[in-house]
Design a protein around this ligand. Structure first.
Ligand SMILES: [Zn+2]
Length: 475
């Protein structure tokens, strides 16, 4: 016999394990075919008749297969006679075997596992559950992950209905809400942000085959979202027996302030990182500072550019954190100021439009000094016009270094803040602005954090954190 034909003991054991598993899985499948036989008697004719039945019984099959594999993989764990107490390290003897059913995306899985108990520490123990990575409660992580993906897109009631229809698994909307709260609790901007290496990967993909470093845009803006006051919670307490009354609280539109980093790849936008929360300017500044401090943005690999409207607080943060960034005043916002002057000065006339166009062209060519001088010399036709001219002068003077649009365009920089506005739309409005929905601030911010994670590509990472937290609280 040649050396190559010598089979190790481990290999023999592994093969034996596989052949046992194969037999057991075949037996499972046979059981399932029995179910089909009982359901049909005669074989159905149409495809939809077949799929309807297979669909109805599929979880019994896939859950059963999972159960069989788990039982085989943890055969040793299931026969375990002893375990040591996690507190006092005393050796414990097996007490009894306890059944448990958990729900997974592939169906219910029944488990029989040994239990241990330390009398002195009063600690119960299921080593098999730990080995399997089970979480408390019936619904396991894959189900939780799927529901989290759904509720970040659609309202809770719709999510419940869709989830039931598409997976065959019932998960109540209240349950989904609680789960969302647990997953999103205390999420920070860094926890929903992609890592530096992931951001570098996205930059490298855009840079490929180009001589110049790509433009990385930072947009900052606010979006109004519908909120309700905390006091609305108390209104229901102790009134269970009374008839539903008109809400005592008033909804409030509040500013969700957000930022978005994105790469420009020709006409295409490559998303990098969004952070939106119902928060004040100071908190937004802190969030940006955390991003900066953590070194997430490889500034030397890109040409960083900030495009915003005129809000002073935005530029203050930008100047402090990214002083090297190219600054752009949103051209649409800028044109609005000019329109205000033109309307007050020339009314709704062709002359008004011509003046705006000519002035925008001068700004475009980098002649902001000429425009400022022109505004100074303008003979105001009314008090309103005088005010509009003065406001416009202040505004352009404040932003005079940010309007050389032609030069900016040649450099490949964006002239408008469309990137952050669309982020407002797909992150904030898409989920929070629904008819009749008024959000508690804490809930709206948790939802926003999850939606940012989803678009930043970090929802899996958020789930790993959630899993770690579950483990820590159970210990
Ligand atoms: Zn003990």
């Amino acid at each position: 016999m040649g050396a190559a034909e010598v089979i190790s003991f481990e290999e023999v054991r592994a093969r034996k394990q596989w052949s046992t598993l194969r037999q057991q899985l075949h037996a499972r499948f046979d059981q399932w075919v029995d179910t089909l036989e009982q359901a049909w008697h005669e074989l159905p004719a149409t495809l939809s008749e077949v799929t309807a039945t297979v669909w109805a019984w599929r979880q019994q099959l896939t859950g059963g297969i999972t159960e069989t594999i788990v039982a085989q993989a943890h055969a040793g764990e299931r026969q375990r006679q002893q375990a040591s107490c996690p507190r006092c390290a005393r050796v414990l003897k097996v007490q009894e075997h306890v059944g448990r059913t958990v729900e997974t995306m592939v169906g219910p899985v029944e488990l029989e596992r040994p239990s241990f108990y330390c009398r002195s520490c009063r600690v119960g123990l299921y080593p098999c559950d730990d080995a399997l990575g089970l979480v408390a409660g019936r619904k396991q992580l894959d189900v939780q992950h799927a529901t989290a993906q759904l509720v970040t897109e659609v309202p809770y009631d719709t999510a419940q209905a869709l989830f039931g229809d598409l997976t065959g698994i019932h998960c109540g909307s209240e349950r989904m809400h609680t789960l969302t709260t647990h997953v999103a609790e205390g999420l920070t901007v860094l926890e929903v942000a992609p890592s530096r290496s992931e951001i570098e990967r996205r930059i490298a993909a855009v840079s490929r085959g180009r001589l110049r470093r790509p433009v990385l845009v930072l947009g900052i803006d606010g979006a109004y979202v519908p909120t309700r006051p905390e006091s609305a919670r108390q209104a229901c307490a102790g009134q269970r027996r009374t008839r539903a009354k008109r809400a005592q609280w008033r909804g409030q539109w509040r500013d969700a302030k957000g930022f978005r980093f994105y790469l420009l790849d020709g006409e295409r936008i490559v998303h990098v990182l969004s952070g939106h929360q119902v928060q004040n300017e100071e908190h937004l500044g802190e969030a940006l500072q955390q991003i900066k401090k953590a070194g997430l943005i490889p500034e030397e690999q890109v040409r960083l550019c900030v495009v915003c409207d005129g809000a002073e607080w935005i530029w203050k943060h930008v100047q402090a954190l990214f002083p090297q960034a190219r600054q752009v005043l949103d051209d649409y916002h800028c044109a609005q100021y000019l329109h205000r002057v033109a309307k007050a000065q020339y009314g709704a006339s062709v002359q008004a439009l011509e003046w705006v166009e000519a002035t925008m062209t001068r700004l475009y060519l980098g002649k902001v000094g000429v425009v400022l001088g022109g505004l100074r010399r303008m003979q105001a036709q009314s008090d309103e016009a005088e005010q509009a001219i003065a406001n416009c002068w202040d505004y352009l003077h404040e932003h005079r270094g940010r309007t050389a649009y032609q030069k900016l365009r040649r450099g490949g920089y964006p002239l408008g803040s469309g990137g952050i506005e669309s982020s407002n739309k797909f992150i904030c409005h898409g989920r929070l602005k629904r008819s009749g929905a008024w959000w508690y601030e804490v809930n709206s911010n948790q939802m926003l954090a999850l939606r940012c994670a989803k678009y930043n590509g970090t929802l899996d990472q958020v789930f790993v954190r959630y899993q770690q937290r579950l483990r820590e609280t159970s210990e």
